[in-house]
Ligand binder design. Structure first.
Ligand code: ADP
Length: 512
């Protein structure tokens, strides 16, 4: 009981440590991978910020330059000034305090804008710019979509000789997307970039194909306020490898746990089995002692009567002597069983094979059982094929096996009154059957009765003596002859034990 308690405690401790290790391993893996993810995201965010600054700074510089250099008194020079700047600007407007474009206050790219754009600007763009709210000397940007096209206006309120005026600069968005973005978001970069508009439609870049990739999204802070820059890790390989590594880690942890648990289960099973075997062994010892004692006391009782001359007739003396003989034969068989069994258990090869005639062995076993059969009030028929092939057998062992089967039939099936023993050829085998008409054996015990020390439930409570090694021995003898043994039985209708072994010719053939 104490041993069991200790074993249970050890198993519990091992399981608990394994679970703790698995938990630690898993949380470490999860933490490491989330830390790695966070680092990657931080790097991507920093990079996106740098790119945005890189794109916006030149735009702001051009704007500032224009704001500072335009003189409302010298507007006829405006075109030359803008031209000299060589900046990506498509139109420049100088507005008076009434928010109307001053004469000569409009310069534009003649191809994309031209004079027609001025009216559009005054009617559509000016109302959208928050010129009225602007403090002097400050600047603002307006990113607009008009008639489906994007526009970026920078504007500033200035004053000259006490009069307010406004400068509006339209950046070349087409140039930005076509020339500037590709410079910043190179295709060879380890990251993928996209610029998307408010509704998420792509303005620049290609759709991200990597599934589950971390994506960083940042707005353009000052200028292109309707657009956002999106960055993703290009290298799906690294991401997939990281994912794979996490999966491998988890699988390894799971495997280790499974191995530990199954190891413990096997250990537990082995301990249980050993306990069971020990219990069976002690049953066996008490059964065997009991079995030895009974014939011994019969022998000593009848021997004593003969010695003391307490017999009335010579016939009675013969009867007593027969009892002594019968019991001593039984005793010898039991001892044979136990000794053979013990040798086999120790792995000693005890058989000596020689050519033999199975029919004779069967007949001898029946003959040796004559007295016991008669005492049990049973008859036994023997049927042996005349042309039965010879076999290589250990004569004594095979006789003992058949004797055990007949003995069992006498012990457990005496009510059936009859035993049928037969030996037939069946293909390459010689088949010996011992059939009785007793109570039979429950189907769930058909295999177990061949286990050592096992006794069927039905007999355990009955006063039928046994050690539980008879059938185990039969099975081992059959196996040693390269054959086997089985039982067919329907409870209530008797049992047929079948022992088979290869005939000599078949053995030669398989050997060849
Ligand atoms: P033992 O007879 O010493 O108990 P065996 O190994 O010879 O041990 O048999 C194992 C068990 O198989 C027996 O205890 C009995 O329950 C069952 N058994 C064997 N032969 C028969 C039979 N002919 N009819 C019914 N039960 C049998």
């Amino acid at each position: 009981m104490r041993r069991l308690l200790v074993i249970n405690a050890i198993i519990f401790a091992v399981l608990a440590s394994a679970a703790a290790l698995a938990y630690y391993g898993y949380s470490y893996t999860a933490e490491a991978s989330s830390r790695e993810r966070a680092i990657i995201q931080d790097t991507m965010r920093e990079l996106a910020e740098e790119k945005i600054i890189g794109i916006e700074t030149p735009i702001l510089e051009v704007d500032e330059k224009l704001f500072a250099s335009i003189d409302p008194d010298r507007l006829p020079d405006l075109a030359a000034l803008v031209h000299d700047l060589q900046a990506p600007v498509v139109s420049v407007f100088v507005l008076g305090p009434d928010f109307r474009v001053l004469p000569s206050g409009y310069v534009s790219d003649p191809v994309t804008r031209g004079p027609a754009f001025l009216a559009f600007f005054e009617s559509e763009v000016v109302p959208a710019l928050e010129l009225r709210m602007l403090a002097e000397g400050t600047r603002a940007h307006q990113h607009l979509t008009l008639d489906g096209s994007p526009y970026l206006f920078a504007y500033s309120r200035r004053s000259h000789n006490g009069r307010a005026y406004y400068v509006v600069v339209e950046a070349d968005v087409v140039h930005l997307v076509a020339n500037v973005f590709p410079q910043f978001f190179g295709v060879r970069s380890p990251r993928l970039y996209q610029v998307v508009d408010e509704s998420g439609e792509l303005v620049f870049g290609v759709p991200f194909r990597e599934r589950g990739a971390a994506v960083i999204e940042l707005p353009f802070a000052e200028t292109l306020s309707q657009w956002r820059l999106r960055v993703a890790q290009r290298d799906a390989g690294t991401q997939a490898a990281r994912g794979r590594r996490t999966v491998i880690d988890i699988v390894l942890i799971g495997l280790a746990l499974a191995v530990i648990t199954s190891g413990l289960a096997i250990l537990l099973y082995a301990v249980r089995r050993e306990r069971k075997a020990n219990a069976l062994k002690s049953d066996f010892i008490s059964n065997v002692s009991h079995e030895l004692k009974t014939p011994l006391s019969i022998i000593s009782m009848f021997g004593e009567m003969l010695a003391a001359g307490r017999v009335k007739t010579p016939a009675q003396a013969t009867e007593y002597a027969e009892v002594i003989w019968r019991e001593s034969v039984r005793l010898a068989r039991l001892i044979d069983n136990v000794l053979d069994f013990a040798k086999i258990e120790r792995g000693v090869d005890i058989y000596e094979f020689a050519p033999g005639v199975v029919g004779e062995i069967v007949a001898r076993a029946v003959e040796l059982s004559t007295h016991r059969l008669a005492a049990a009030g049973m008859t036994c028929t023997v049927e042996v094929d005349e042309d039965l092939a010879p076999a290589r057998v250990d004569n004594n062992a095979l006789t003992l096996a058949v004797l055990n089967l007949i003995d069992n039939a006498i012990k457990y099936a005496a009510d059936g009154k009859r035993i049928e023993v037969a030996a037939h050829g069946q293909g390459p085998h010689i088949v010996i059957t011992v059939r009785d008409f007793g109570p039979g054996i429950d189907p769930d015990e058909h295999e177990r009765i061949f286990e050592r020390f096992y006794r069927a439930r039905a007999v355990r409570l009955k006063p039928i003596r046994g050690s539980g090694i008879g059938l185990a021995l039969v099975e081992r003898i059959a196996a040693a002859h390269h054959g086997g043994v089985k039982v067919d039985s329907v409870p209530g209708q008797g049992a047929t034990f079948t022992l088979w072994l290869p005939a000599e010719a078949a053995r030669d053939m398989t050997a060849a």
